[in-house]
Design a protein around this ligand. Sequence first.
Ligand SMILES: Nc1ncnc2c1ncn2[C@@H]1O[C@H](COP(=O)(O)OP(=O)(O)OP(=O)(O)O)[C@@H](O)[C@H]1O
Length: 245
Amino acid sequence: MKNVLEVKNLTKIYQNGRGIRDISFDILAGDVYGFLGPNGAGKTTVMKIIMGLCRAQKGEVKIFGHDSTTQPERAWQHVGAMIENAVVYEYMSGYKNLLLASRFYKDVTPARIDEVLEMVDLAPFKHEKAAGYSLGMKQRLGLAAALLSKPKFMILDEPTNGLDVEGTVKVREIIIHLAREHQVTFLLSSHLIHEMQMVCNKIGIINNGQVIKEGLVADLLHNEDETLESFFIKQIREGREERAK
Ligand SMILES: Nc1ncnc2c1ncn2[C@@H]1O[C@H](COP(=O)(O)OP(=O)(O)OP(=O)(O)O)[C@@H](O)[C@H]1O
């Protein structure tokens, strides 16, 4: 199985002394990799570095074998990402927002814009100004933008942030469909651990800027009663007790 993402010894310490330390992990083709961690653990920082939105002090990132610092265009060529909040121009319609986003890519046609609007259930609202969209609709517009170029690897930071139950289920269905039918590989972060258990085959738990546990969900959960949520809480509490010693 080929490596889609290789992260090695990534370190970034902000001026306040917080950040991430020596983070390493790989994502293989076909993985739906869930990044789990409490608030402030470092998930967004890792994703931002992978996408070149901030710079690491140490370490390297390779995407499809291309170094993100020395070969950024090749590294990000087949990547779709939504990190932190969706970038939405409020004074434009949903459709025009996507038209603007499509200029970054060579082959995105108006038909593809309509296709992604359908996928995220925004087609009926496509000519309305985004200023009138709810938070969940803006989030779905951001996801539509990330889907535009038919990426082979998607990085989604809290993709269900602000979505209602139906929106959350919709995002889950999109991820499962793309992973199964189109072999799209994913790196996802979410606080909704139950959601992550439904879509991810592999997880990495990050706490205090370090990966403290990683593996296939099927290998990590030892008995039928154990859920990803109970496993996660156990790891975080054990880590806290260890640090208190
Ligand atoms: N620009 C910044 N300046 C200073 N500190 C920062 C900055 N961005 C993040 N941090 C700190 O780095 C640590 C990791 O933050 P990060 O946003 O990566 O965590 P996270 O796991 O994504 O959190 P959340 O689940 O709350 O989104 C936190 O302690 C945070 O306060």
